[in-house]
Design a protein around this ligand. Structure first.
Ligand code: SF4
Length: 389
C-alpha cells in the first residue's frame, strides 16, 4: 500500500440535474424524461400487463366483466409459469385470451448474446428489449443456490470512473416488467430456479425508484414467483434520499452501498454522486437503514492501484465504519477499456484486507465469477454499442 495522488474524473454526471415531474424528488432523472416506460403503453396502443399487481388485475377483470378469480389465474401465468403469450393461459376462456391479446402485451427480453464461463458456469446474458435497447444480466451459481444480477436502467448517468455502464450515459429507465423479464427468461432458458436477486447490474436502482419497488413487490408476491424478500440485495452508489425512502417501504432487503473511497476528495474524484451526497451522509443513511431494518449493511470497495489502496485509506475506512454493523466486500477493480484505473496485485489486496481484519472489520475479497466472459457490469453492452458504432 502506498499513497499516490488522484486525477480528477472528467467522466461525470451533473449531480445537480433536476428530477423529472413523474419521479420521486430524489431521482436525479434520466436523460430524456419522455423515455420512462413505467405503466407502459406501446406504440400499438397495447399496455404492459406484467407490471400490474394483483389488485390492479382484479380491477381490470372487473372492468372486463370477468370474475375476480381470473385475476389470480392470469397473475399465476405471468409470474409463476413465466408465460410469454396469452395462448399459454389454457385455463382462460378463448374469448378472454383474445381480448387480452388485443389490448395487452407480455413484455419480455430477447436473448441477443449468451456467454457461459468455462471455469464456473456463470452465464452472462445480453438481452435486447422491445425498443432495441440492450441490457445485461449475470447468472451465478453459489452453494446456496442461483443468483441473478439484474439491470435496472439502459445505461447509467452516475459517472463512476471504473464502470463501463456509464460510458454513454443513461438512455432510459427499465419498467418493472423488463426487470422481471430478466429473471423469468433466464429461468426458462436454463431450467434453474433463481433464489437470489442482486440489483447490481447496469443502472442505479434508486434512480429508477418506483419501477424497482414494483419489481420487488411483484417478484416476492406469494401468488406469483414468491421469491424471499430477504434474498434480494439492492446496490446503490449512494443516493441518500433513496435509502431513506427505502426504509419507509419496510422491505427487509439487503442494502449494498458502493463506497470505494474513505474520504470525500477521493470519492468525488471517482464517483461524482459524492458531490451531491458526501460520505458522512451516506454513512448516516446506512446506519438509519440498519437501525430500521436490522439488516447488516454491505459496503463495496473496488480497490484501485495507487488511488484508494493505501494504509491511510484503510485507516480512514476503519474509522468511518467502526460503529456500523457491516460487511466490506473488497473487489479488485475490473479494468475497462481506455481506463487508467488498474487493480492492485493480489498481495496488496490481501494486505489491505488483513490490515482491516486486524482492526476488527468484517471484510472479504469478492470471489471473481465468470472472469473468462467479462462478467462485470456494462462490458458486453458497451462492446455491442461499439460494434454498432
Ligand atoms: S457503478 Fe453502478 S451507479 Fe456507478 S456508473 Fe456503474 S452502473 Fe452506474
Amino acid at each position: 500500500m502506498d499513497d499516490k495522488g488522484l486525477k480528477d474524473n472528467k467522466n461525470s454526471i451533473n449531480p445537480e440535474e433536476k428530477a423529472g415531474a413523474d419521479k420521486p424528488s430524489f431521482c436525479i432523472g434520466v436523460g430524456n424524461d419522455g423515455l420512462n416506460f413505467a405503466n407502459l403503453t406501446l406504440e400499438n396502443g397495447k399496455k404492459d400487463i406484467k407490471a400490474l399487481d394483483l389488485v390492479e388485475l382484479k380491477a381490470l377483470m372487473s372492468e372486463m366483466k370477468q370474475p375476480a378469480f381470473r385475476a389470480q389465474q392470469i397473475f399465476k401465468w405471468l409470474h409463476k409459469e413465466c408465460a410469454e403469450s396469452f395462448d399459454e393461459m389454457t385455463n382462460l376462456p378463448l374469448t378472454l385470451r383474445k381480448q387480452l391479446d388485443d389490448n395487452f402485451v407480455i413484455i419480455s427480453a430477447a436473448i441477443e448474446k449468451k456467454l457461459i464461463s468455462e471455469y464456473d458456469n456463470t452465464v452472462k446474458y445480453l438481452f435486447r428489449l422491445f425498443d432495441g435497447q440492450c441490457i445485461e444480466s449475470v447468472l451465478m451459481q453459489y452453494k446456496y443456490g442461483y443468483s441473478l444480477c439484474v439491470s435496472t436502467q439502459a445505461g447509467c448517468k452516475m459517472g463512476c470512473a471504473f464502470c463501463a455502464s456509464t460510458k454513454n450515459g443513461c438512455v432510459r429507465n427499465l419498467s418493472a416488467s423488463e426487470i422481471l423479464s430478466q429473471v423469468y427468461v433466464a429461468e426458462r432458458d436454463t431450467g434453474v430456479r433463481i433464489s437470489h436477486i442482486v440489483l447490481m447490474g447496469i443502472g442505479e436502482p434508486l434512480d429508477n425508484y418506483d419501477n424497482v419497488i414494483k419489481f420487488i413487490r411483484l417478484i416476492t408476491s406469494p401468488d406469483g414467483h414468491n421469491l424471499s424478500v430477504r434474498n434480494i440485495t439492492l446496490s446503490t452508489c449512494g443516493v441518500v434520499p433513496g435509502i431513506y425512502a427505502l426504509i419507509k417501504e419496510q422491505l427487509p432487503i439487503t442494502l449494498s452501498v458502493s463506497l470505494h473511497a474513505s474520504n470525500d476528495e477521493k470519492r468525488s474524484a471517482i464517483m461524482p454522486v459524492n458531490r451531491k451526497w458526501p460520505i458522512r451522509e451516506v454513512i448516516k443513511a446506512s446506519k438509519a437503514y440498519y437501525e430500521a431494518t436490522g439488516r447488516r449493511i454491505s459496503f463495496e470497495y473496488a480497490l484501485v492501484k495507487g488511488v484508494n489502496d493505501t494504509k491511510t485509506d484503510a485507516d480512514e475506512l476503519a474509522v468511518l465504519l467502526k460503529d456500523l454493523n457491516c460487511h466490506i466486500n473488497l473487489i479488485p477493480v475490473n479494468e475497462i477499456d481506455k481506463s487508467e484505473l488498474k487493480a492492485p496485485n493480489k498481495e496488496n489486496v490481501r494486505s489491505f484486507q488483513d490490515y482491516l481484519s486486524q482492526k476488527g472489520l468484517n471484510i472479504t475479497v469478492r470471489r471473481t465469477l465468470g472472469s473468462d466472459i467479462n462478467a462485470s457490469c456494462g462490458q458486453l453492452r458497451s462492446s455491442v454499442s461499439t460494434e454498432v458504432e
